[in-house]
Design a protein around this ligand. Structure first.
Ligand code: 13P
Length: 256
């Protein structure tokens, strides 16, 4: 059985005082939840605070929203894997569609980040997903296959098992229109088949695949009951600790 993993991507939201009160509430809401891996993914400016507040909590780990693949160097404005490790960050989101679309990140560059994350013992959360026009043109598998091939290039089965895939259809992000559970399940099972082809079936069976795109407390349970949906990457609904905790509880209670 794959352990569910639910992550809160705060994107470019929250300042220190807001993060402080959020984490206080979240830790109360979650208690000592350990049936689900819970990851908070704040902006860089809040990583240190979040790490310190979460401390040794068994319930919550910290992730970053992005990083540069180089360990150090002349890359003004960038953050390295080593800097994230220094703040006790465990996960890093790579290839989010907003970074691909707004900052021109290629599949090749995303793959470099995945490899760099593993070198630094960070677990990458590799985001993939098609745009609306690509779905309309029946190109979902083609797009996902290309993103997986580029993003997973050069890693072995051991690293693959430590990699989390997040399927985030671009048309479902921030729109309130989530993929239906069966639409998401179809793509998740395709992703698992691609991983089996690129690696092997045992590896594919262990990889956790999150769904992201307008996940909310009232649609989470049904999505998370699908056999290949192993968690959620939550944007808007993760900004409130009660609504995020409700999604974590839905993951805990979901039985495929
Ligand atoms: P929303 O939950 O706001 O649709 O965002 C999803 C997302 O992009 C998470 O990475």
């Amino acid at each position: 059985m794959r352990k569910k993993i639910v992550a809160a991507n705060w994107k470019m939201h929250k300042i220190v005082a807001e993060a402080r009160s959020y984490i206080q509430s979240l830790l109360v809401e979650l208690g000592d939840e350990t049936d689900v891996d819970v990851v908070l993914v704040p902006p860089f400016t809040l990583l240190q605070l979040c790490s310190e507040m979460v401390g040794e909590s068994p319930a919550v780990k910290i992730g970053a929203q992005n990083m540069h693949p180089a360990m150090s160097g002349a890359f003004t404005g960038e953050i390295s894997p080593q800097m994230l490790r220094d703040l006790f960050v465990r996960y890093v989101v790579v290839g989010h569609s907003e970074r691909r679309a707004l900052f021109g990140e290629s599949d090749h560059f995303v793959g470099e980040k995945v490899r760099a994350a593993h070198e630094a013992s960070l677990r990458p959360i590799l985001c993939v997903g098609e745009k609306l026009e690509e779905r309309a043109a029946d190109r979902v598998h083609e797009v996902i296959d290309r993103q997986l091939a580029g993003g997973l290039e050069g890693i072995g089965p051991k690293e693959m098992q430590e990699t989390i895939i997040a399927y985030e259809p671009v048309w479902a992000i921030g729109t309130g229109h989530n993929a239906t559970p069966s639409q998401a399940q179809d793509v998740h099972s395709h992703i698992r088949a691609v991983i089996a082809r690129l690696f092997d079936q045992a590896t594919a069976d262990r990889v956790r695949i999150q769904y992201g795109g307008s996940v909310k407390p009232d649609n989470a349970a049904e999505l998370l009951r699908q056999p290949d949906i192993d968690g959620a990457l939550v944007g808007g609904a993760s900004l409130d600790p009660r609504s995020f905790a409700a999604i974590v509880k839905a993951a805990r209670d979901a039985k495929a």
